[in-house]
Design a protein around this ligand. Sequence first.
Ligand SMILES: [Fe+2]
Ligand SMILES: [Fe+2]
Length: 163
Amino acid sequence: MTIYDELHSDHLKLIGLIDELLDMPDRGDEDYRTNLIRDIEVEVVLHVRAEEKLLFDSMRSQKNPAYMNLLQRALKQHREVEQMLYALREKNKQDEENSSAVWRSAAEDFRDALVHHISHEELKLIPVARKAFTARENIQMGTDFLELKNEMRVQGIPMLRYA
Ligand SMILES: [Fe+2]
Ligand SMILES: [Fe+2]
């Protein structure tokens, strides 16, 4: 599989996880909700770090000015997504203490930012990236992407940045 197949399947998985969260009731199942938010955090952080290291860095090293704007926008969106995920984690903590339900609007904001970013990648960045590398490189990056994610999963998930 190419790195783009791997990225696409991660994107669907991430949207699936946030939709599962939004389908939950406002209150009740606090432990399940907190674990689900933690799972989302793990999957987002692994995806974003591996994507930056394998795809974005490889594109940047080609020094093609046409890629720079696409990459800068994607990195800015990664920051926004991570900030909103941090906010969601904090709101959820408050909800555990106060039995209110402020987690939901934070989850909706996070979903919007995530969907906006995934659209940028799927519709703008990936079509350009596909042509920036050979077919063999696209497959090799797919293998490396999976390996890097597994390594990080075993060694410990990096923290959210920008929090
Ligand atoms: Fe992505
Ligand atoms: Fe991304």
